[in-house]
Design a protein around this ligand. Structure first.
Ligand SMILES: [Zn+2]
Ligand SMILES: [Zn+2]
Length: 439
């Protein structure tokens, strides 16, 4: 898990931001930029075809035999060193540049969702699978097919420029983002055992921005996905004699309200927190006080310190309310995926590249952190990391909701993402080392 990052004061950020001198107007492209653009343009039809093929044949969780084989074969054809089997289907492609330099990584996640596609795309998924005994459709409704195409495209462009590339680039194709903390498992399986990046980059598609726009947040970008289950226990008794037993429904109701009061009265206004009781089950008839009430709750917040504060407050609140009512209980509190923290210095560095490559700051949209979860956070424990949001809203729509059966992504975003990431990595690799060794 990530330790609490050190907050960079606003004044320092302003100085850093000014120092990067973001260009506001188009500038003549450098020879390297022209080369990256030309390679991207040439590759785009192939990348779109690969994306459509992956979209048409989505796979769930950690078991992605078809998708990971496509990725591994592509990397091999580029001449990358390929390692497989991390988190079952994860693939590592290693590109060694022609000049000395640091190791940097890019991540693309590959898994789909158990959603039945309802688009009329010619390459819409018709695939179905059985999940928990139910037959469901499978769909790339979170844009991970686009992420995979971006990973392959960036690898292809930088491979073609190997002679100009300092250092090493790791291309990390990850399974199981939606369900299984695949990033954590890839690390546990030793993906960086003998080659550790010093910076990590990724994209996620953004369902609020048009293609050509890049969204970013400095600092926290997604939330800790924590939560708990709670069972309040009673001996049960007749509904007409409530004095004879603890009523777990009333105790549960008190806890539901107390959780909301805790958020509004005990949590600082800038410590964004959401506590949602998403499930509350108890009872079978109007005249029976049941023997238990079960609650399932999600708790969202940012940073390691705050998640522990919330766990302590919630444990105290549940214990005290149950004790006051004379109820016994089982509380199972769990820390899930940690919040993604975008390293502010790396954000500024990449934004300078983005402003230059995308023709000015107007393509860059500063965004508020989200309360959703993203397991890219685990790669942020390996190295300073940045995840950018890539606009994919089609021109004829105002929005395109991820995780919905009608999600569609504008493929014009693919060359935008590949061109930008190849430039971000090339710039990062060509940057003078922070602490050059003294001669
Ligand atoms: Zn998703
Ligand atoms: Zn996603």
């Amino acid at each position: 898990m990530k330790s609490q990052p050190i907050a960079i004061p606003v004044c320092v950020l302003i100085v850093l931001f000014a120092a990067t001198a973001l260009p506001t107007a188009l500038h003549p492209a450098t020879p390297l930029e022209k080369k990256i653009q030309a390679l991207t343009d040439k590759l785009t039809p192939e990348l779109i075809a690969i994306r459509q093929d992956i979209h048409c044949h989505p796979e769930l969780g950690l078991q992605l035999p078809r998708t990971s084989a496509i990725v591994a074969d592509y990397f091999r054809r580029l001449g990358l060193e390929v390692r497989t089997g991390f988190a079952e289907s994860g693939v590592l492609g290693i590109l060694k540049g022609g000049k000395p330099g640091p190791v940097v990584a890019m991540r693309g996640d590959m898994d789909a969702l158990p959603i039945t596609e309802e688009t009329d795309l010619p390459f819409a998924s018709k695939d179905r699978t059985t999940l928990d005994g139910r037959e469901v459709g499978v769909m790339h409704a979170c844009g991970h097919d686009i992420h995979t195409a971006l990973l392959l495209g960036t690898a292809a462009v930088l491979s073609a420029m190997k002679a100009d590339l300092p250092g090493t680039v790791l291309f990390v194709a990850q399974p199981g983002e939606e369900c299984c903390d695949g990033a954590k498992q890839m690390i546990a399986d030793g993906v960086f055992k003998d080659i550790v990046p010093e910076a990590f980059f990724a994209y996620h598609v953004d369902d609020t921005l048009k293609a050509g726009k890049i969204g970013y947040a400095s600092g926290f970008m997604s939330a800790n996905v924590d939560g708990f289950t709670l069972e309040i226990k009673s001996d049960g008794c007749h509904g007409a004699s409530p004095n004879l037993c603890v009523d777990p429904i009333v105790v549960g109701a008190q806890i539901v309200i107390a959780l909301q009061v805790m958020v509004s009265r005990e949590i600082g206004v800038h410590d964004n927190t959401v506590v949602t009781v998403g499930s509350f089950h108890a009872g079978s008839a109007p005249n029976i006080i049941p023997r238990s009430a079960k609650l399932e709750v999600t708790v969202r917040n940012y940073g390691e310190a705050q998640r522990k504060v919330l766990q302590d407050k919630i444990t105290r609140l549940v214990s005290n309310i149950c004790e006051a009512a004379g109820a016994t209980f089982d509380l199972n509190y769990q820390f899930g995926t940690a919040s993604v923290y975008n390293d502010p210095a790396l954000v500024l560095e990449a934004l300078a590249t983005a402003a230059r490559v995308l023709g000015g700051k107007s393509a860059l949209v500063e965004q508020k952190p989200e309360m959703g979860g993203e397991d890219f956070s685990y790669f942020g424990t390996v190295a300073p990391a940045v995840m950018f949001n890539l606009g994919v809203v089609p021109p004829d729509r105002d929005t395109t909701a991820v995780h919905s059966p009608t999600f569609v992504a504008d493929e014009a975003s693919i060359p935008v993402g590949v061109n930008l990431m190849a430039n971000i990595i090339m710039d990062h690799q060509m940057k003078p080392a922070k602490n050059p060794k003294k001669k």
